[in-house]
Ligand binder design. Structure first.
Ligand SMILES: *Cc1c(COP(=O)(O)O)cnc(C)c1O
Length: 389
């Protein structure tokens, strides 16, 4: 559980995950919810967040990698439907089929490998055909789809593969007015017709990630696939923060100050002295650095404060370079902090403290990257704010 001597941790509130899934379900009343838990639950911990998402009403889980979904089953998650969608030839599809995993098919070779896996396991595999409606990433092209449809019917007759889903992914879901959103939705609707006309009976049609779940109801269909919003972060920060969508950020990244010391004016701080103390002051040392996921692009100078850190009641920007293991704060001449005092790099933002979105802005990235990059050595501590301690 809690590593006793690690002076920092990512505290994940599972009650927030449950509440976020309930909110997402309310935004998409016609659809089931697939909580996307790839990348270790966006850095929040795969199994605890998956379990919390199911408790919040998700009936499906999704993850990119086959190894990730197998880990969910190995952890004892038995009754949820689970989809995997990113693998290369030779992947452990037989294990996936035997673990009752739904498998996405994005290329003709993938359908052939899934059929072989099904035959080897003596089961019928469940497939979701992924179509590239315009993202230009993974998925079947219209030509691929025409090639695989006859094979889909043959494999169903054989009992090897049942196509249960058709799905796709948006390029600009976070800009709901972007013309490609409507265009991709139209291509998806046409593809649905083609597939159903060919004689495939679909159980689920799905198109919406977090942004589309919150902003594009026409894309909800039977199943929505939110990821970032499950963890309480806004997929569309230019349109609204977590509060505006009924979400609560689940992760708080906190640390204890590892050193506090007085230095004179003119002291260069951290590598390359990118920051220099403007007066006699007190420096505080935060034991988290870029190896822990603190972006080096969030380093600070006199002119441009680095990533925000809550200390006592105030929010300070990182002073100087972000190092591998640590960052420095200029606590100011009157600072009363001591080594061991708690600081918060990001959290719910509800008390006016910094958020993952604030760090994303300073580092020139998105909140997704801030939470997923929290380093493997940082302990994840799962709490439940609805259960009295
Ligand atoms: C990651 C992912 C999602 C979830 O996206 P969010 O923007 O985090 O909601 C949904 N679908 C696919 C195919 C994905 O890769």
């Amino acid at each position: 559980m809690v590593a006793v001597s690690y002076p920092a941790r990512a505290v994940v509130d599972l009650a927030a995950v449950r509440a976020n899934v309930r909110s997402l379900a309310a935004h998409a009343p016609t659809a089931q919810v697939m909580a996307v838990v790839k990348a270790d639950g966006y850095g929040h911990g795969l199994v605890p967040t998956a379990t919390a998402a199911l408790a919040g009403g998700a009936t499906w889980l999704g993850a990119a990698q086959v190894d990730e979904v197998l880990a969910l089953r190995r952890a004892g998650i038995a009754d949820a439907r689970i989809l995997t969608w990113l693998y290369a030839p030779g992947a452990a599809l037989r294990e996936a089929v035997e673990a009752d995993i739904d498998v996405s098919v994005s290329a003709p070779w993938a359908l052939a490998e899934l059929a072989a896996a099904a035959r080897a396991s003596g089961r019928t595999a469940r497939a979701h055909l992924k179509v590239d409606t315009g993202l230009g990433r993974n998925g079947l092209t219209p030509g691929d789809l025409a090639d695989v449809l006859p094979e889909v019917l043959r494999l169903r007759a054989e009992g090897a593969v049942e196509v249960v889903g058709l799905w796709s992914h948006f390029a600009f879901a976070d800009e709901p007015e972007h013309p490609t959103v409507k265009l991709q939705a139209e291509v998806f609707a046409e593809t649905l017709e083609t597939v159903e006309r060919a004689g495939v009976t679909l159980e689920v049609r799905h198109l919406a990630n977090s942004a589309a779940t919150l902003t594009t109801p026409a894309a909800h269909y039977d199943l929505v696939r939110p990821g970032i919003a499950v963890y309480g972060l806004s997929p569309v920060p230019q349109l609204g923060g977590p509060d505006d969508f009924g979400l609560v950020p689940a992760m708080t990244l906190e640390a204890e100050l590892a050193n506090v010391k007085r230095v004179p004016a003119g002291q260069g701080v951290s590598y390359a002295h990118q920051y220099e103390t403007p007066q006699d002051t007190v420096l505080g040392l935060v034991p988290l650095g870029y190896a822990d996921g603190i972006p080096r692009h969030a380093s600070g100078t006199q002119e441009r404060p680095g990533g925000p850190v809550r200390v006592g009641g105030r929010t300070l920007g990182v002073a100087g370079r972000v190092c591998m293991d640590q960052v420095v704060l200029d606590l100011g001449p009157g600072a009363t902090e001591q080594a061991g005092d708690r600081v918060e790099l990001f959290g719910t933002g509800r008390d006016g403290g910094p958020t993952a979105e604030d760090w994303a802005r300073v580092a020139g990235t998105i909140s997704y990257e801030i939470v997923t990059r929290v380093g493997a050595r940082v302990p994840r501590v799962h709490v439940d704010s609805e259960v009295p301690a």
